[in-house]
Design a protein around this ligand. Sequence first.
Ligand SMILES: C[S@@+](CC[C@H](N)C(=O)[O-])C[C@H]1O[C@@H](n2cnc3c(N)ncnc32)[C@H](O)[C@@H]1O
Length: 257
Amino acid sequence: METYDKKAAELIERSYQTPEIVHQRLRTLAALSLASGESVLDAGCGTGLLLELEALAVGTGGRAEGVDFSDDMLAHARARCGGLEQVNLQQGSVETMPFEDASFDALSCTQTLLYVKDMDKALNEFYRLLKPRGRLAIIETDWSGAIINSEDQVLTRKIFDAWGRAVVNPNLPRRLRPVLGQIGFSALRVEAIPVLNASYSKSSFSANMLQNFATTARKLDAISEAESEAWLDGVERLVQKDEYFFCVNRFLFSAVK
Ligand SMILES: C[S@@+](CC[C@H](N)C(=O)[O-])C[C@H]1O[C@@H](n2cnc3c(N)ncnc32)[C@H](O)[C@@H]1O
């Protein structure tokens, strides 16, 4: 599993508050249809951005639980959700969570399954924890479909391929729907949510990720240091010419137990 340390937590804080990811979060929240007084679990809650919205939706008469592996991510979640008495946070793996069967009306898991070693175990855990007719919402990304305008598309492909390889479960969206069906989930729905930056903005999701794409490819020896610098410089030249373009799809899976 990739470790979400202090630095990674800060990058998530920045890049996940960009308008594209806020939009994705609101779509996820809508898919859960939370009502006042309900119980909700955010599995792999990270810095608590979605959990905070879920907590506000269920209100003080409800319950919003967050579980995450990383103490550094949870530190942000604690600061964010500190004033919400209906929120409870704990460190742990989404593969085995310390709750009774059928504890939750709704469960979310966003951008987390890609890191989970035993994904089937986690999905079965989600099924166990939901009440009958409980709602599930999962967000995942397939980086093999990422597009960025660059001066060297071969190098770009190497960088995105390395980015995809850096996780335990790459390309999950293309295989997740039947897996959910086999576990017993019904009313399966899959929607694409584009993260589209058709022009450059410093506060966009991709602008926040550019350096990280290159660094990860470098760490995995997919590209050299010189190639990393050349790629970033090339993108910068396109920014100057107003020819920046980036797009990747997030996929929202919703289902009912
Ligand atoms: C990209 S972040 C997403 C955070 C949050 N879900 C969001 O969308 O804002 C991935 C998170 O998954 C957590 N994670 C990865 N594997 C995990 C596991 N097996 N159990 C619990 N959390 C895990 C990481 O610590 C990190 O906080």
